[in-house]
Design a protein around this ligand. Structure first.
Ligand SMILES: *Cc1c(COP(=O)(O)O)cnc(C)c1O
Length: 359
């Protein structure tokens, strides 16, 4: 076997580009008449900006959101010059010239950002981010800020929702109302409020440009319900051993699982170093030929054990167990985390494969 070919002992991370495209189109449909941008920060939520950003552009996206300048520079290189690229974390001392040169648009969220961008001259476009209730990053809306920003070349007004994943949360409407008030102070300026969950809150939240992220990557934006997304990422982990576990025997570190009866178990090459959360067991599961196989015992760094007693088909070393796929949100819930954290925590050890061409 050539050493260049992926070895069968490595877990594979398979990323479906056609699914990303379908999810973008779904977000675009739900965004109504607003333009639909895309959050591609953190390497497109861990799934590969290099592959994903161009397909979003080809699907019609022309506004991209990164967190860091370094990510935005990579995005500019990948996407060419016909799209706008925003830097959500703003601008730091010394970065303005480079950002201008690469036509990166800082999202100005503090008085320091405004000063830095203003002092650097040339009046290149900038976005303004007002806090409307999240109290994370964002300007407080007052007359002072209006004076400081009146000479800037503004191209977008934005804010960010704190509770959009819970449509009934009262803060959504409060933030929406505050954003409307701020918009009145900047007549004619393009406005953006909605992340993926915000897109699903309806027309009042769409404004001119939406900024979905997680939905594009197959994570459900709402805590409950919402339209069906197409799963994007799936792990295929090779099974290294299948064996019988006798009643009363235990599995893994800490002997945390005891077999209530004779069982069949399979050990697979996937662990927390790959991003399978330790908290996913007990309660989490993988799938073999579509059938759920529960995780048992503790997830260790490189290995996990699955209960395959109920499998109807024969199983042997060299077969694979699938993790994530359509079970991303269920696994995240079991592990008391979010799809966002699972995707961005996927480790460097996978053989990454892209399927589909996004067209
Ligand atoms: C990450 C981010 C988004 C995208 O959010 P999702 O919940 O992933 O859709 C939009 N806007 C801002 C400011 C963000 O930081």
């Amino acid at each position: 076997m050539s050493v260049d070919a992926p070895l069968p002992s490595a877990p594979r991370l398979i990323i479906d580009l056609d699914a990303v495209r379908a999810n973008y189109q779904l977000m675009a449909e739900h965004s109504g008449i607003a333009n639909t941008g895309a959050a591609i920060k953190a390497d497109s939520y861990g799934l590969g900006m290099n592959e994903i950003a161009p397909l979003l552009r080809d699907a019609g996206c022309s506004s991209f959101f990164c967190a860091h300048v370094s990510e935005a520079m990579t995005a500019r290189q990948i996407l060419g010059h016909d799209v706008e690229i925003f830097v959500l974390n703003g601008v730091c001392f010394g970065e303005a010239p480079l950002m201008r040169q690469k036509q990166l648009i800082p999202v100005l969220s503090t008085p320091e950002h405004i000063a830095l961008w203003g002092e650097a001259g040339e009046n290149a476009p900038a976005a303004l981010h007002f806090d409307t209730g999240m109290n994370r990053l964002g300007l407080a809306f007052d007359e002072n800020i209006m004076t400081q920003t009146k000479d800037l070349n503004l191209n977008l007004l934005m804010s960010h929702l704190a509770c959009a994943s819970e449509p009934a949360h009262p803060l959504n409407q409060i933030q929406c109302k505050r954003f409307e008030d701020i918009k009145k102070a900047y007549p004619g300026l393009r406005a953006s409020l909605a992340n993926s969950a915000g897109v699903l809150l309806g027309k009042a939240y769409h404004h001119d440009l939406t900024r979905p992220g997680i939905a594009l990557y197959g994570g459900a934006p709402l805590e409950e319900g919402g339209p069906a997304l197409t799963p994007v990422a799936r792990i295929e982990a090779p099974i290294l051993q299948v064996c019988v576990l006798k009643k009363g025997e235990t599995v893994g570190y800490g002997a945390s699982f005891t077999a209530p009866e004779d069982m069949r178990i399979a050990t697979a090459a996937i662990g927390y170093a790959d991003g399978l959360p330790r908290a996913a067991s007990p309660g989490g599961f993988g799938r073999i030929a579509g059938q759920a196989v529960p995780l048992i015992g503790r997830v260790s760094m490189d290995l996990s054990v699955f209960d395959v007693s109920a499998l109807t088909q024969p199983l042997q070393a060299g077969d694979t167990v699938m993790v994530l796929g359509g079970d991303l949100d269920a696994l995240a819930k079991t592990a008391k985390t979010l799809s966002y954290e699972i995707l961005t925590g996927l480790g460097p050890r996978f053989v990454r494969e892209y399927k589909g061409n996004g067209a």
